[in-house]
Design a protein around this ligand. Structure first.
Ligand code: MGD
Ligand code: MGD
Ligand code: MO
Length: 662
């Protein structure tokens, strides 16, 4: 036990990759290689794996890079097995919005949040995770908007809300259904909108009927009066914005959760108008764009359906190839296929699944069992350490030309501002060199040439020339023509009086409550939810080495009552165990939590590998794992005390988030 406490806990610092690395067998260390050797080796390994290949594409890199990456998978490797970290975060939002409206994009724009009357932040800690968007929220509040926060933790975001609804983890459907029922019973349904623009209202009404406010109070833990107040405020608001993120999506029924929220907008007509809509705030700087570019297994660039023969034909003639008439595997399915041996090789560009996947011991075992793994990254990640070939790339956001697309569907130019280190090369150039070695000679003079190819194939992007993007400081899709700009919100058509122009009505989602898979019991009595802190980023690769007086690495956060109950104090190292694994972590005490609820991040996996604890229980529609709900227990170590973390910062009187900037 003693040895574990002497472990070096200083933050791991990643340094940029500056040259290719190869090794001939997994038992050997990497050796430096020339680009020629590394690319030859990668091409040989990938070429041998046709038919059993998968690609992970980078949600931080540009649209142009994601376009070329999915084209590589589809044309060079003949597969639709291409996906990204969208799978671990907002795939349920895309699936839910597509099912309701036929388009997976958030329906509103940032500007509208400043001019709305009501903002609901549901399962979203935007103050920490979307600070730029949160500036618009603050302007909205300044302009008179009321804000409600629905989150098990009283987050830094919730501190700004008029009312915080601290629900139990995984009870969002009961909450949404109770709000829906209250709106129906109070006569606040927008009947004209429901009649004209939706289908399935009667079934929905029956679905929510059992969810009385008092039943919802029992299940969610939120007082009936608070639920009622939110229902009335949302339905009565002239314009309301419903924003959600991973508190909704990272569940085994994430898509159902999303549908339950969309139902509320359909019931009240809070969609398709300026200031009224839904914003699933996307995670990575270009995760929206990656999906739009076709780096997902079910859509071709421009979110066009692979199963549509006319769409396939268009791409087949443009790319001079034959496309399979079926969907590829999601990231989740690719990991399952590693287990059964049907996926033998992976080309991983700018993802770190060895640390970001739920149940990471299992993920590492699966990646290690591959015949061939190429990792293309800007750092030597844990995933790269498992590879046969490591290719050093440039950073998409500062060292390359191109475009990215944010949560409001706005495509913006990014520019090369820094010189890449060492021999690092642009992702697109590496992909094209590999394609050439595998028989496909693609000539792109620059990123703009890639973009123009995409524009010729995607009606939603057709009108976005680089020149126009510059002129308008970014343009939102859809942008079908070079002559005009579309409104900043989607689905205005739903308000058209003419049925033909209104198009397909939006169906209510008939979804049932389904509690988290990993149940709490006597052995694992604490609900663990995981998420983010302001001063770190995802698996920590890009924020490693960051130091500030507030930096305290990983911790298991408990409320003061639970800390007292378990007899633990701030800084004391405890054992945290779930049904999958066990880690040691210091305790932090935070009044944002409630009894029975613990919080950890996944930002410091080299110190505390939180994802050893999480459960790989996936949403069957979207493939997203239930990162937000595991069951754990905590145990004191034999001789605990502050002394085991002398470096640990003292607990600030003002709580866990540092000084509140208000
Ligand atoms: N500083 C920083 N910013 C980031 C990132 C980062 O690592 N650091 N990562 C980026 C990425 S990839 C993403 S996807 C976004 C994520 O952004 P967010 O989704 O806002 O971040 P999280 O902290 O993962 O989760 C949000 C909230 O969900 C709540 N929650 C947990 N369980 C439930 C539940 O059952 N119901 C409800 N209603 N809420 C629940 C948590 O308490 C948490 O406050 O952030 C992006 N921005
Ligand atoms: N417990 C828990 N686990 C989670 C989550 C959670 O809430 N809780 N959230 C999930 C979510 S939402 C996400 S998005 C995932 C994130 O999971 P990952 O995407 O696997 O993790 P990141 O740390 O963001 O890794 C990004 C990698 O991209 C590299 N990179 C950055 N820019 C470029 C570029 O331009 N080119 C190339 N080639 N590489 C580049 C970085 O060096 C880094 O290694 O984690 C998921 N895991
Ligand atoms: Mo994410």
């Amino acid at each position: 036990m003693k040895s574990t406490r002497k472990r070096d806990r200083s933050p791991k610092t990643y340094t940029r990759l500056t040259h290719p690395l190869v090794r001939d067998s997994r038992d050997e260390p990497f050796r430096r290689a020339t680009w020629e050797e590394a690319l030859d080796r990668a091409a040989r390994g990938l070429g041998a794996a046709r038919g059993a290949f998968g690609m992970f594409s980078c949600a931080r890199a540009t649209n142009e890079m994601n376009y070329v990456a999915q084209k590589f998978a589809r044309v060079v490797m003949g597969t639709h097995n291409v996906d990204s970290c969208n799978r671990t975060c907002h795939a349920p939002s895309v699936a839910g919005l597509s099912a309701a409206f036929g388009s997976g994009g958030g329906t509103s724009s940032y500007e509208e949040i400043e001019h709305t009357d009501l903002i609901v932040m549901w399962g979203s800690n935007a103050r920490f995770a979307h600070p730029i968007f949160f500036q618009h929220v603050l302007k909205g509040i300044h302009n008179g908007a009321r804000m409600y926060a629905v989150d098990p933790r009283r987050t830094s975001t919730a501190e700004w809300a008029e009312s915080w609804l601290g629900l139990n983890v995984g009870t969002d459907i009961p909450m949404a259904h109770a709000i829906g029922r209250e709106i129906v019973h109070a006569g606040l349904v927008n009947e004209a909108f429901v009649r004209r623009a939706t289908t399935g209202f009667e079934e929905y009404r029956e679905l929510v009927e059992p969810w009385t406010l008092s039943l919802a109070e029992k299940v969610t833990g939120v007082p009936a009066a608070a639920i009622r107040e939110l229902a009335h405020a949302y339905a009565r608001a002239e314009r309301a914005q419903l924003c959600w993120t991973l508190g909704i999506t990272e569940h085994h029924n994430g898509t159902d959760n999303v549908r339950a929220l969309i139902n509320l907008s359909l019931l009240t007509g809070q969609v398709g108008r300026y200031g009224a809509g839904m914003q699933p705030l996307r995670g990575q700087n270009n995760v929206q764009g990656g999906g739009d570019m076709g780096a997902i297994p079910n859509r071709l660039p421009g979110f066009q359906d692979i199963l549509d023969p006319a769409v396939r034909l268009k791409f087949e003639s443009a790319w001079d190839t034959v496309l399979q008439p079926r969907h590829g595997m999601t990231l989740t399915e690719m990991f399952e296929a590693m287990e059964d041996g049907s996926l033998r090789a992976v080309y991983c560009i700018g993802e770190n699944p060895a640390q970001s996947e739920a149940d990471s011991d299992q993920a590492v075992r699966r990646l290690s069992g591959l015949d061939f793994l190429v990792v293309q990254d800007i750092f030597l990640t844990k995933t790269a350490e498992l590879a046969d070939v490591v290719l050093p790339a440039t950073a998409g956001w500062a060292e390359t030309e191109g475009t990215t697309t944010n949560s409001e569907r706005r495509v913006q130019r990014v520019r090369r501002a820094l010189t890449p280190p060492g021999e690092a090369r642009e992702d697109i150039d590496i992909l094209c060199d590999l394609a050439a070695r595998l028989g496909h000679d693609w000539k792109y003079a620059d990123a703009e040439a890639v973009w123009n190819e995409l524009r010729s194939l995607s009606p939603d992007h057709h009108g976005m020339t680089y020149g126009r993007l510059e002129e308008h400081q970014g343009i939102q899709w859809p942008c079908p023509s070079t002559g005009s700009l579309e409104p900043p919100y989607l689905h205005g058509r739903l308000w058209e009086p003419d049925a033909r122009r209104r198009g397909r009505p939006a169906p209510f989602g008939i979804v049932q409550h389904d509690p988290p898979v990993d149940l709490t019991d006597e052995e694992f009595p604490i609900r663990l939810t995981t998420g983010r802190r302001l001063d770190s980023y995802n698996t920590g690769v890009q924020s490693s080495g960051y130091s500030s007086p507030l930096r305290r690495g990983e911790s298991v956060e408990l409320c003061p009552e639970d800390a007292e109950h378990y007899g633990v104090v701030v800084g004391e190292e405890v054992r945290v165990t779930s049904r999958r694994g066990s880690v040691l972590a210091p305790v932090w005490v935070d009044t944002a939590l409630r009894p029975g609820l613990a919080f950890m991040t996944f930002h410091f996996p080299d110190e505390v590998d939180t994802n050893k604890l999480t459960i790989e229980a996936n949403c069957p529609i979207a493939g997203t794992a239930e990162f937000k709900a595991s069951a754990i227990r905590i145990e004191r170590l034999p001789a605990p005390g502050h002394a085991n973390r002398p470096d640990y910062p003292a607990h600030p009187a003002h709580g866990a988030h540092g000084p509140q900037v208000r």
